[in-house]
Design a protein around this ligand. Structure first.
Ligand code: C2O
Ligand code: CU
Length: 507
């Protein structure tokens, strides 16, 4: 009976939230504060029939129940050339990385307060090679504590930059490790408990490229900023003064925005040659999912997942990335000319990135048909499940195995170098639930199966983040090459912050 009342309240608040203006999302979390609900009541949420809850604004969009805040993305007008992050490599084995605050002219003539690494907004691309020993010399020049987390990097736990490795304002820390993984596009961002989402939102994010012998010999476009471009996609909402006011727009189910920034550029366009171009896509958003396609309907080739190359270039007409995920694609612009209208668009046809073709720039590259030798072995397929995780809930009530994050609790242990099968189940709730991008620190894993079936070919490669839809069960083969404490969590940053995170200690 009580739970029925609760549903009524929920529907009412959903209606309110749908009807209210975009910068008023806070009312929702207040309306939906049911922190004094009992365990019993929460458990009841799952068994309910909500087939008749098909009301306006509650359908699914981008994997979100759009009652949260159905903010549509604006189209890029293409008036600004895309910013290219500086490319940095180690000097005498050292890369300096400083988190700092600054002001950035995102809108013409307006200074927006932002955060960045080695600059006022976002970060560089750090390029390292497999086998290289490198020291990331990190420094916190912010006025608040932060951490430096290397997302997707195979690194000892003490250097991973999770919530345990808090760096106070003014403090520095050397993180020394040997790059022990193959070519991939990884990234870095802060991870302090309780302020990850806000710090990322304000601009703390950068890319890490790992190169290896293989990546140099495949004939892939690899000239940085010429035919090989990083694309960091982040949706933001600005206030009237064109500032980020994270607390005002924070949404407990994931903060989304109506304004697309690519590499921090508003209304970007990218000038490319009449040739094959490699685009390294990162969904660096707090919560929004993207389904990337070309407005022409033409296909492109996917060549890499989060942590390495696919075995072969794979023809795709669209590709979905949830927060934290990456993909590398090759777009063949040789069939277009200067008058072509070509753009990267999102599923609802909002224009993310228009291209301008420079016909003077051409190059014929012959891309190898074989890129990698990734395989899920028979042995891995036959291993039994030794870790079970259940993702459940919404808003502030998000859980893994009925628990919320506690920095003093180790949820699992695993032996270094040993492969275990993790089974992750996304348990639907009364609203249907939402897709959770599940991420594990300090390793790249293999997707063994999704609902008992072999994953599609574009997921047959190394991953560190996997989108798990409501009611889906995903099996992962997970091996840690280093020791230490690592986080696993939902990469919707507000879910992570609300407790959808746990810790595995590798011994
Ligand atoms: Cu992208 Cu816990 O990290
Ligand atoms: Cu989530």
């Amino acid at each position: 009976m009580k739970s029925k009342l609760w549903i009524t309240a929920l529907i009412a608040s959903a209606v309110i939230a749908t009807g209210c203006s975009a910068n008023n999302t806070n009312s929702e979390s207040e309306e939906m504060d049911h922190s004094n609900m009992s365990e019993e009541e929460m458990k009841n949420m799952e068994g309910m029939d909500h087939s008749n809850m098909d009301m306006e604004g509650m359908d699914m969009e981008n994997g979100h129940a759009s009652h949260t805040n159905p903010l549509e993305l604006n189209n890029s007008t293409g008036e600004n050339e895309l910013a290219l992050p500086p490319l940095v490599e180690a000097k005498d084995g050292v890369v300096d990385i400083t988190a700092q605050q600054g002001k950035t002219e995102i809108f013409e003539g307006v200074q927006t307060d932002t955060y960045g690494y080695n600059g006022s907004f976002l970060g560089p691309v750090i390029r390292v090679s497999e086998g290289e020993t490198v020291t990331f010399r990190t420094k916190n020049d912010l006025l608040e504590p932060t951490t430096f987390h290397w997302h997707g990097v195979d690194i000892p736990g003490e250097g991973d930059g999770g919530p345990h490795q808090l760096l106070q304002p003014g403090a520095s820390e050397d993180v020394k490790f040997t790059v022990s993984q193959g070519a991939s596009t990884l990234w870095f961002h802060p991870h302090p408990e309780g302020s990850t989402a806000e710090q990322v939102y304000k601009g703390l994010a950068g890319l890490i490229y790992v190169e290896d012998e293989n990546s140099k010999s495949l004939g892939l476009p690899d000239e940085y900023g010429v035919n090989d471009f990083p694309l960091v996609f982040q949706d933001r909402q600005f206030n009237e003064d064109k500032q980020f006011d994270y607390q005002a727009v924070r949404n407990e189910d994931g903060t989304i925005g109506d304004t697309m920034l690519v590499n921090g550029t508003l209304n970007p366009k990218l000038t490319v040659g009449k040739e094959k171009v490699r685009l390294r896509l990162l969904n660096g958003s707090n919560a929004r999912n993207y389904t990337f396609k070309l407005n022409t309907g033409d296909s492109f080739q996917q060549i890499a997942t989060d942590g390495g190359f696919l075995n072969e270039p794979t023809e795709m007409s669209e590709i979905t990335l949830t927060p934290g995920e990456r993909a590398e694609i090759i777009v063949d612009f040789s069939k277009y000319d200067a008058s072509s209208d070509v753009a990267l668009v999102n599923e609802a046809d909002s224009i993310l990135l228009p291209f301008k073709i420079d016909e003077q720039k051409t190059n014929t590259v012959a891309i190898s048909e074989t890129l990698n030798d990734y395989v899920v072995t028979e042995e891995e397929k036959n291993l039994s499940v030794t870790k079970k995780l259940e993702l459940f809930g919404m808003g502030e009530m998000v859980y893994i195995n009925d628990k919320q994050f506690d920095i003093n609790r180790i949820d699992f242990t695993q032996k270094q170098g040993e492969t275990e099968i993790w089974e992750i189940y996304n348990k639907p709730d009364m609203m249907g639930g939402m897709t959770h991008p599940f991420h594990i620190h300090g390793t790249q894993f293999k997707i063994v199966s999704i609902d008992g079936k072999e994953p599609p070919v574009e997921l047959q490669g190394w991953k560190d983040t996997v989108a798990i839809e409501p009611d889906q069960k995903v099996k992962l083969a997970v091996k840690f090459n280093n020791k230490g404490i690592y986080m696993f969590h939902c990469h919707v940053l507000e879910h992570e912050e609300n407790g959808m995170m746990g810790q595995v200690e590798v011994l």
